[in-house]
Design a protein around this ligand. Structure first.
Ligand code: MG
Ligand code: ZN
Length: 216
């Protein structure tokens, strides 16, 4: 395949995705729902953060979960009393807007004010797919190390906020949180930073207040 043909195919995939993303955003706007695309590595604590949101928001929160396989994360949130829809990608390493459109059609969102879309654990290709969200949020946990921001710039450049998760572990790790924050500010001067521990609850209320100010 020629380079030109490869680029044309990639652009076709993304423009189809963008058409679904626009449809999703219009659907959400019509219902006054703020939607966020939550992106982070496997094990960074995305679902645990959503459990902490569930405690505070109750049925105002709904969640779309993306994983390769299993309903495990949706089940965790259902146990907290939250409407959760699981997308199993069957191997796909990111969500696309068409998958999210099917989820939106299937969910009863009458009580929902905040929709969190937990992407497949991955810091690379989720950056390229608009799902129809109002903002992307990156989550990086301290045990992953302090060198990740400049290694994965495409995601950190595009997000509205960086959540530094598992901040309660800071005393036990050889990690420089200030380095993470300064590299993030270098890439994304407009982005906000939140130090959070979903486990202890530190910073969760501040983060939620911020999300509630993002205009739908
Ligand atoms: Mg998860
Ligand atoms: Zn992917």
């Amino acid at each position: 395949m020629t380079e030109g043909k490869r680029i044309a195919i990639a652009q076709g995939v993304l423009s189809k995705n963008d058409a679904y993303a626009r449809k999703n955003r219009a659907f959400l706007d019509a219902r006054g729902i703020r939607a966020f695309n939550l992106i982070g590595s496997p094990g960074s604590g995305k679902t645990t953060l959503l459990e902490a949101f569930a405690l505070r928001l109750g049925e105002k929160l709904a969640v779309i979960e993306g994983d390769l396989q299993t309903r495990r994360d949706a089940e965790r949130l259902e146990k907290k009393g939250i409407l959760a829809y699981q997308i199993e990608t069957g191997g796909g390493c990111h969500l696309d807007a068409e998958q999210v459109e099917r989820a939106l059609q299937a969910m009863d969102l009458r009580r929902c004010q905040i929709l969190m879309i937990e992407n497949v654990g991955n810091l690379v290709c989720p950056a390229a797919y608009d799902l129809g969200e109002h903002a992307k949020i990156a989550l990086l946990s301290l045990p992953e190390g302090d060198d990740k921001i400049l290694k994965y710039p495409s995601i950190f450049r595009r997000v509205r906020a960086l959540v530094l998760q598992k901040i309660d572990l800071l005393p036990y790790l050889d990690v420089n949180a200030a380095r993470v924050e300064s590299e993030f500010r270098l890439l994304n001067p407009e982005g906000s930073i939140f130090r959070v521990s979903a486990k202890t609850g530190e910073g969760v209320d501040d983060l939620l207040r911020f999300l509630q100010t993002v205009s739908p």
